[in-house]
Design a protein around this ligand. Structure first.
Ligand SMILES: Cc1ncc(COP(=O)(O)O)c(C=O)c1O
Length: 380
C-alpha cells in the first residue's frame, strides 16, 4: 500500500541534524533553544509536593483552576488586561499544542494564513494539515522590520489568520506599539483571527516592555495569545504552556484541545500555579538574560562576526559575511566538525533559497558555556 504523505516537504529538521552532529563531535551546543542549566530547585520541590498532595489524576480539561487564576492575575497586573480563568484561559502541552489547536479550530481547506519569515517551524505544518495555505511575508535583514504595506497586499478574502511572534525567534526582534497598531488597523472590520506567539514575553531587553496583543482592545477581541512556561521558568522539557482568548474563540479552541490531549500533566500545573504567584521569578528574567546576552557579545566583540544585539528571545544572530561566502548550512555543519561549535543556519527558517550569511546562537547557557563558545568564535 502506498499513502501520499500529508506533509511531503517535512523531513529531518536541521535541529535534529545539528544536535546529532553536536553529540557526535562533542561540540558546545548553542543550536537548539533550551537552557543548559536547571530550573529553580524550589519549583522542582513544588512538583514533588504536588505529587505527594494528590495531584496525580487528570486535571480539569481547561487546566488546573489555581493556575488559570494565577495567569489571569498576571495579565491583570502586567497588562491591565482581563482574561476570565473559567472561559478565556486553557493550559496546554507547551505553546506548540496551543498553536496547533488554535490553527486546527479555525483553518479549513482553502484558507490562507499569513506568517512572517524567518519563522519558528511549527506554524506551517499545522496550517498544511488543516488544508490551509501559508502565505509568507519575508522580513529582510539586518533589521527585519515589518513592511505593513506588504502585509496589506497579502490580505484577501481567503485570509483566515495572521500569526505573529513577538519577541521573534530566530531573529531576536520585537513588535513595537506602532507595529501592533498597524496590525489592529489592518484587521479592523475583517473576520481575521490573530494568533500571537508570545512565548518569549518575559525575555525583552534594554528597558523595552513586551507589547502583547492584549494591550490593544480591538486586536485582543480577535486574538489568541500562546505562551510557554518552558521559556520562562527554564523547564522546556516539562512542555507546559497556555493559551488566552476571548470566550467565543476559546470555546472553539477547547473543542479541539479536548480531543487532542484532553488535559495536561497535573502536578506540574499545581506547582506552576504556586510559583507564578511569586512574580519576582518572571520579573527578574529580562535582567537575567540581558546579562547573558551582554556577556556573550562582550566576549566576541573583537571577533570577525558582526551583530546587532538581540532585542528579545534568548537568540543572537551573528553575521559571518566578513569571514566566508559559504552557505550558512555548510558553514554551520563545518563549524561543528572543525571547531566543535553548534549553531543553526538562519536560512532554514525561510521557505525559499536565501542566504543572509547569518547563524543563530542560543545564549540560554551557563556563563561557562558562553565563555567556552566565545573562545572558539574568536578563532573563526
Ligand atoms: C517562537 C516559539 N514558539 C513556540 C515554541 C514552542 O514552545 P513550547 O516548547 O512551549 O511548546 C518555541 C520553542 O522553541 C518558540 O521558539
Amino acid at each position: 500500500m502506498q499513502h501520499p504523505s500529508k506533509l511531503p516537504r517535512i523531513g529531518t529538521t536541521i535541529f535534529t541534524v545539528m544536535n546529532h552532529l553536536a553529540k557526535k563531535y562533542d561540540a558546545i551546543n548553542l543550536s537548539q533553544g533550551f537552557p543548559d542549566f536547571d530550573p529553580d530547585s524550589r519549583l522542582i520541590d513544588l512538583v514533588t509536593k504536588a505529587m505527594h498532595s494528590g495531584y496525580n489524576q487528570y486535571a480539569p480539561m481547561a487546566g488546573n483552576m489555581e493556575l488559570r487564576e494565577a495567569i489571569a492575575k498576571k495579565y491583570d497586573v502586567l497588562y491591565q488586561s482581563s482574561y476570565h480563568p473559567e472561559t478565556d484561559i486553557t493550559i496546554t502541552a507547551g505553546a506548540t499544542q496551543a498553536i496547533f489547536c488554535a490553527i486546527s479550530a479555525f483553518v479549513k481547506s482553502g484558507d490562507e494564513v499569513i506568517i512572517f519569515r524567518p519563522a519558528y517551524d511549527c506554524y506551517e505544518p499545522a496550517i498544511a494539515l488543516n488544508g490551509g495555505k501559508t502565505i509568507s511575508v519575508t522580513l529582510d535583514g539586518p533589521d527585519y522590520q515589518v513592511n505593513w504595506n506588504t502585509v496589506k497586499e497579502a490580505i484577501n478574502d481567503h485570509t483566515k489568520m495572521i500569526i505573529i511572534n513577538t519577541p521573534q525567534n530566530p531573529i531576536g526582534t520585537i513588535f513595537s506599539e506602532k507595529d501592533l497598531l498597524q496590525l489592529q488597523a489592518l484587521t479592523k472590520d475583517t473576520n481575521i483571527i490573530v494568533l500571537s506567539d508570545e512565548v518569549y514575553e518575559h525575555i525583552v531587553f534594554d528597558g523595552e516592555t513586551h507589547k502583547s496583543v492584549c494591550l490593544f482592545p480591538d486586536l485582543k477581541a480577535r486574538s489568541f495569545v500562546a505562551a510557554s512556561f518552558g521559556k520562562t521558568f527554564h523547564n522546556t522539557g516539562w512542555k507546559v504552556g497556555y493559551c488566552c482568548a476571548p470566550k467565543a474563540l476559546m470555546d472553539e479552541f477547547r473543542k479541539v484541545h479536548q480531543f487532542n490531549v484532553f488535559c495536561i500533566n497535573h502536578p506540574t500545573q499545581k506547582a506552576l500555579a504556586d510559583y507564578l504567584n511569586e512574580p519576582d521569578h518572571y520579573l527578574e528574567l529580562p535582567g537575567f538574560y540581558q546579562k547573558k546576552r551582554d556577556l556573550f557579545l562582550d566576549l566576541i566583540k573583537t571577533s570577525r562576526f558582526r551583530f546587532t544585539p538581540s532585542k528579545g528571545t534568548y537568540f543572537q544572530l551573528l553575521d559571518y559575511s566578513a569571514i566566508t561566502d559559504e552557505g550558512d548550512v555548510d558553514l554551520a555543519k563545518r563549524l561543528v566538525k572543525e571547531k566543535q561549535l553548534a549553531s543553526i543556519p538562519l536560512s532554514v527558517f525561510y521557505n525559499k533559497e536565501i542566504n543572509n550569511n547569518v547563524l543563530r546562537f542560543c545564549f540560554a547557557k551557563t556563563d561557562d558555556t558562553l565563555k567556552r563558545a566565545a573562545d572558539i568564535i574568536n578563532t573563526i
